[in-house]
Design a binder for this molecule. Structure first.
Ligand code: SER
Length: 877
């Protein structure tokens, strides 16, 4: 019987357990504390520090089945997905690792035994082929002399383009990090035709698939130009679970394995296609897995960073769904099927089923319209072109005007065999960037220039000041040996008490000093494993290898700590009042305020906000101790600790607990007791995107200040009202009633006054060629009433032109009215135009009524005279 994918995973781990390896869980898809990686892209990522730093190594032999995502960054397979039988965005990588334990011989022997022995995977040896790094004679010999592989089945692969270590057989994690030569094991699907292995390497035919990569980690790449040997040697191997399943299940495609077939059949049932080999089905079945696991890790679709990759995957998936006739609102329907039928090994997903479904649904609804519009326009453009090439301008137009992703344009064109001018697109984009000065938020320059091998110990949980050694100094992103008075830069130390910005908590400020030299730290940030003190040297000089004292601004830190602890109380109170559906999406903790973003689909009422404040303050009054403990992730889970959204797998975690009210994994700094928070006050509540709410709050003296500001405002109003805090509301209500009564009376009086005015001014009506003309100047007359008077006069006199001026201190308004029957000769708007030109004023309106205003009251009578003679001439004509 063929093994299922779940059984294959299990067998792999068991094999290495028998060989003395500890089975460890997969780490999160979001790498922990590693700014060099967007997503976990290999099994070895979680052990990066074990390879680099002997002191950090906790095991000698380990085996895992690691969830990986190869989209964005050095290893990116997105474009290949669906078009080959074995590339994925999300996949599982089986691996065995040795840290300064066994090396080449054992690693190769273990792999060979697992693959070929009858007890394990029992693969026919003749179907296996090997590649080794050209200079790695030792490995070549192991294959030939110990494993006894035929020399026809092994090939040496060297460097490309004469560039050292640039080879298929030299594996590198990313632009920096552990690396080394590797040997790869291939499986040949088509043994009968006996395809030439070297031909495969040239032409990449699909009969040979790489199933296992054994990397001999010996080096650390520290920059594009520099690579250094490591203190000890290690093994990192990786075998794609989906690929080995396709081999052991004897199908020639990952998409034909048990897991994918179930998924594909489910997706096809919603579509119009019956062909289970359809590329779109493959793409959707791949992408949905990435989406589920990414949203599980609390990534939400957005326009930057990880959220942007998720958005790209969802949108690509939607385009393919659209193509095979899948109706709207569909993706979230696959999620329950996946959970029920496929995720045997991933039971944990169930806890976030609702969140995953809602996120997919929202994104699908939002994007559907753009997709339809964009595809329509793209198809029109494709029909128009004569040279079978879409211009950069069109790609940019689709993206910029309609939000139609460039990926999708490329995908559509690729299917239709149409070329794209991508360079032209970049050019257009650059032009616009320059124009609008928008920068890319993707990577920070500093992360690329800091030697990530450096390590800085954070000692600031307990100490506010310590002595430390200067390791590196950067000025203007360049490494220098010293920093002089007046210069700004970043100083790196061997240890520090400055907390670097992370987990929402802002970086510390303070000073670095020694004797007469003073460096003012205005921010602290993490750079890989080290910590940068950003600021300016105001006095003296510092150079590399100098000792100095680090001293944080303690008041600033104290206020941050208070706000951080208050954030934990708020988080728990939200879950208590609104339910466990509340999931943290982000936070900001500064010395003056805190901000907490979380997913919650409904509106939060004013009363709920008050309840939340009450619950938090009740915990503050208890003055409970805020305890910090280190324990295993398992223990923390047992305690039901809330994991922060950025928190990733780490065997030992830091837990902050406030009795049983709040237990959270957190690396931040906290105050000693809840009573230190003083008073907690929510200042604002808003919705930042669909389903994501934001609460802003203050504590301690900030809350008291706010109360004082509000109290002062109330006091001012009370004084104006001649009221006190007891009869305050009553007085305002009375005042409002009184104002309403007065308004009614004023209206009555105004109407009487209007009638009186009409009588008075009709005496001034002149007759020009049978047409009535009335010009009158009022002083501070009720403006609305003037319009009513015009309406009345128009009714009373069937052919009339009315011009009213209303003088108000230093400016005047004009309203002109013309009965409809006269608008063929002259219009109210024309009158106002003459007026605005002559008086330097402004105005506008329609043919029958128009108005304007001006501050130039000097020549009013002259202006009116001109208007009058213009009317005369018009009527005469
Ligand atoms: N790190 C290597 C790879 O990803 C082997 O695990 O291929």
């Amino acid at each position: 019987m063929k093994k299922t994918t779940n059984e294959i995973r299990q067998k792999f781990l068991e094999f290495f357990q028998e060989k003395g390896h500890t089975i460890l869980p997969s780490s999160s898809l979001i790498p922990k504390d590693d700014s060099t990686l967007l997503f976990t892209n290999a099994g070895m990522n979680q052990f990066k520090n074990f390879f680099l730093n002997p002191k950090k190594k906790k095991y000698s032999r380990v085996t895992t089945a690691q969830r990986c995502l190869r989209t964005g960054g050095k290893h990116n397979d997105l474009e290949n997905v669906g078009y080959t039988e074995r590339h994925h965005t999300f996949f599982e990588m089986l691996g065995n690792f040795s840290f300064n334990d066994y090396f080449k011989k054992e690693a190769i022997t273990y792999a060979w035994e697992l693959l070929t022995s009858a007890k394990w995977f029992n693969i026919n040896q003749n179907k296996l082929w090997i590649s080794v790094y050209e200079n790695d004679e030792e490995t070549y010999k192991i294959w030939i002399d110990i494993i006894k592989i035929s020399p026809q089945h092994i090939i040496k692969i060297g460097d490309k383009n004469n560039s050292k270590y640039n080879s298929e057989n030299f594996w590198q994690m990313g632009d920096t990090g552990p690396c080394g030569p590797c040997t790869e094991i291939f499986y040949n699907y088509d043994i009968k035709n006996h395809h030439d292995f070297s031909d495969f390497l040239k032409n990449k035919n699909e009969y040979f698939i790489e199933i296992w990569n054994i990397v001999f980690i010996e080096y650390n790449r520290i920059s594009s130009k520099s690579i250094i040997p490591l203190e000890y040697k290690s093994i990192d191997t990786g075998m794609g679970l989906e690929r080995i399943s396709s081999v052991l299940q004897d199908v020639n495609s990952n998409y034909k394995t048990d897991v994918f077939q179930k998924l594909i059949q489910n997706i096809a049932s919603f579509s119009k296609t019956k062909n289970l080999n359809n590329i779109s089905l493959k793409i959707i079945s791949d992408h949905i897995r990435s989406c589920i696991f990414l949203i599980y890790e609390n990534v939400i679709p957005s326009n930057e960073h990880r959220g942007y990759i998720l958005r790209r995957i969802i949108r690509r998936m939607l385009r393919h769904a659209y193509k095979i006739g899948i109706k709207k609102n569909f993706f979230h329907k696959i999620v329950p099927y996946f959970i029920e039928n496929i995720s045997e090994n991933f039971n944990f997903i169930k806890e976030k089923e609702k969140q995953i479904k809602e996120t997919l649904k929202t994104e699908e609804i939002q994007f559907s319209e753009t997709l339809e519009k964009g595809l329509k326009i793209l198809n029109i453009e494709i029909k128009k072109i004569s040279n079978q090439k879409i211009s950069g301008k069109t790609i940019f137009y689709l993206y910029d005007t309609f939000g139609f992703p460039v990926d999708l344009t490329l995908d559509v064109c690729r299917e239709k065999g149409i070329k794209v001018n991508l360079d032209g697109y970049y050019l257009e984009r650059e032009k616009q960037k320059k124009h609008s000065k928008i920068g890319s938020k993707f990577y920070t320059n500093y992360n690329q220039i800091i030697n990530i091998n450096d390590h800085c110990t954070f000692e600031g949980y307990k100490k506010n000041t310590i002595k430390a050694l200067i390791k590196q100094i950067y000025i203007n992103e360049k490494l220098t040996s010293s920093i002089l008075e007046g210069e700004s830069g970043i100083i790196f130390l061997d240890k520090t008490c400055f907390y670097p910005e992370s987990g929402g908590q802002v970086g510390d400020i303070g000073k670095l000093y020694y004797k007469k030299s003073h460096f003012i730290v205005k921010d602290t940030k993490k750079y890989g494993n080290t910590i940068g003190h950003i600021g300016t040297l105001i006095k003296g000089k510092f150079k590399i290898n100098d000792f100095l004292y680090t001293k944080i601004d303690t008041l600033y830190r104290k206020n941050i700590q208070i706000n951080h602890s208050a954030t934990h109380l708020l988080h728990s109170a939200l879950r208590k009042i609104l339910g466990n559906i509340v999931t943290q999406k982000g936070s900001l903790v500064t010395h003056t305020r805190l901000r907490f973003d979380f997913s919650y689909p409904k509106n939060i009422s004013f009363y709920d906000i008050q309840k939340i404040e009450q619950v938090v303050n009740a915990e503050i009054y208890k003055n409970n101790l805020i305890k910090v403990q280190y324990c295993s992730l398992e223990e923390a889970k047992k305690k039901k600790a809330i994991a922060l959204f950025e928190s990733k797998y780490n065997s030992i975690v830091r837990v902050i607990s406030i009795k049983n009210f709040s237990i959270e994994l957190c690396g931040g700094t906290h105050t000693k007791r809840t009573g230190d928070i003083g008073l907690f006050k929510i200042t604002d509540q808003s919705s930042i995107s669909s389903g994501i709410k934001r609460i802003e709050a203050i504590t301690n003296s900030q809350s008291i200040n706010l109360l004082h500001i509000q109290e002062n405002k109330l006091k001012d109003i009370s004084t104006l009202l001649k009221a006190n805090s007891v009869n305050f509301k009553n007085k305002i209500e009375k005042l409002i009633t009184k104002v309403k009564d007065l308004e009614i009376q004023v209206n009555i009086l105004q109407k009487k006054e209007n009638i009186h005015q009409i009588k008075k001014i009709t005496e001034k009506i002149e007759d020009i060629k049978g047409v009535k003309l009335l010009i009158n100047i009022f002083q501070k007359y009720d403006y609305k009433s003037l319009k009513l008077i015009i309406d009345q006069l128009k009714k009373d006199f069937k052919s009339i032109i009315i011009i009213f001026i209303n003088k108000n201190n230093n400016h005047f308004n004009i309203i002109a009215g013309v009965t409809k029957n006269l608008t063929n000769f002259l219009t109210a708007l024309e009158i106002i135009k003459i007026f605005t030109q002559l008086s330097n004023g402004k105005g506008g309106g329609k043919d029958e009524i128009a108005e304007g205003s001006s501050v130039n009251t000097m020549n009013l009578s002259k202006i009116l005279k001109i208007i009058k003679s213009w009317i005369n001439s018009k009527l005469e004509n």
